[in-house]
Design a protein around this ligand. Sequence first.
Ligand code: GLY
Length: 334
Amino acid sequence: MKMNIGNCEVLLDYPIANLEKLIGEKRAVIITDSNVRKYHENKFPKAPVIEIGQGEEIKTLKTLEQIYEKMLNLELDRASVVIGIGGGIVCDIAGFVASTYCRGMKLILVPTTLLAQVDAGIGGKNGVNFKGYKNIIGTFRQPDAVLVDTSLLETLDLEEMKCGYAEVVKHAAIADEKAFENLENCDDLFSVSNLKDIVPKCAAVKVNVVIADEHEHGERMKLNFGHTIGHAVEKILKLPHGQAVAIGMVAEGKIAVQRGLLGEKEMSRLENLLEKIGLGTKAKMDAKEVVDAIRHDKKRRDESLKMPLLCGIGNAKIVEVSLEEMERVINDLY
Ligand code: GLY
């Protein structure tokens, strides 16, 4: 399946072997990390490789500087193509490099994790962290192509797979009830043959949201479902992103229930699906600390914020929620 976000071709379930054709005669550089290189280098096209470290800590200006220096040494120019092969961090960094080096180069992304194939690799957001703020320096810049090859998921470990599923559930919950039902009924969510079917459908949800609102003025904010509280939980409890987002989706789901937007039965469906995947739905946390982290994350002193709440399975809307309401609901939860 092929979809387009403007000039960006999103190639859903295309073998990585197609990369050679996409690059053509252009000079190229591959940005990847050591783990992806270990498992997949034999499938890389012929091009110099710049290897970066792993983990959120390497999303820094210093990493960018090291990459720019290597690119200068390789004498790359505006007509060259940056190929990011990896998870969300590689996609974020490769995207920013391609957006800034020589005022912009061609960019192809090959996301290799479930999270990146359905979410981070699609939509043109990139960036690095600065002074404790996540993705505070970055641009919106659609790649020229995103190539999603689900066979690359075969080397993922179970924990990483589960974390990616948090974003799969998120997409289904905000926009696709049928996809949500399919996940509920699927007897082996982790088999790559089932993922071959699940990933393109889930990625298509993301593509359609980005087409509707590329620069996040409204519709795209729905993709933040679970992330307002999730980011705070991730920071405080040092949980993996997907685990924190699962807890965030449940807590934000409860706000929707209290407001009468979401039924108790639908709330249970969300919790049951996350539990079936093996994602935790609750964590012991101090509501005040969570709300303080949200305030810091949003870089504002406002006492309320706009966020998506579910109004049914497969449906969400953007509403104003006060931090006081959030604190109250989190307090009631635990
Ligand atoms: N991952 C959320 C977005 O792309 O907007």
